[in-house]
Design a protein. Structure first.
Length: 211
């Protein structure tokens, strides 16, 4: 995801992201990085990139759950807004169906050669993968995806990627936290209690404003 965002960072495009975006040239936060935490940020966004890391925290595929209508409309108008959307997930089926339907390409990433580093108070049990195999498919082939089906598909592009010292590694911390996009309902992430649905205010916009 970060590798494909390189051109946008070099062009200085704004990036609305659920994970911190780092400027590889300075090691500081990228100037155009905007933390993505609320749906209303997406609805007013244009002329930039949207990154949804670990999509289960923003647009998960859950029975009985759907994305807000305004968000669904936005996702179907990415070209008109000049927005490039990229997302990651442990499995294709984890993402909301609306998000899957507007996806044009799917890259399956497999990591090798894990290196275990000391975190200061002991070694991490999760190692950093250094070598990756990327295989990109047409998203239409993933409509009924299963792991066994992957072996029957012919990828559009294949590449090996060595991560240490790369531009992509310097632009993203794989151990960094990922923001959760708050919908105002559901389960509280702090206490685990159920959050009541928020009562929406009565619309006061003039009738012509809804044209």
């Amino acid at each position: 995801m970060m590798h494909d965002t390189k051109l946008s960072i070099e062009l200085g495009r704004p990036i609305l992201s659920t994970v911190r975006v780092v400027d590889p040239r300075t090691g500081e936060d990228y100037a155009g990085y905007v933390p993505f935490r609320r749906w209303d940020q997406l609805l007013s966004f244009e002329g930039g990139d949207v990154l949804m890391d670990e999509v289960i925290g923003i647009a998960a595929s859950e029975q009985g759950k759907s994305l807000p209508k305004e968000v669904q409309l936005f996702l179907n108008q990415l070209r008109r807004r000049d927005v490039l959307l990229r997302w990651t997930a442990p499995a294709w089926s984890r993402a909301n169906i609306v998000l899957r339907e507007v996806t044009q390409a799917v890259t399956v990433c497999r990591g090798y050669l894990a290196k275990y580093e000391n975190s200061g108070d002991g070694s991490r049990l999760w190692g950093n993968r250094r070598l990756f195999r990327w295989t990109t498919y047409d998203a239409m082939d993933f409509s009924t995806w299963t792991d066994s089906k992957e072996g029957q598909l012919k990828g559009k592009a294949n590449a090996w990627f060595w991560r240490p010292g790369s531009w992509a590694e310097r632009s993203y911390d794989t151990f960094d936290s990922v923001d959760h996009v708050d919908t105002g309902e559901g389960v509280c992430l702090h206490c685990g209690g159920e959050r009541p649905k928020l009562k929406r205010p009565v619309c006061t916009c003039p009738v012509e404003g809804h044209a």
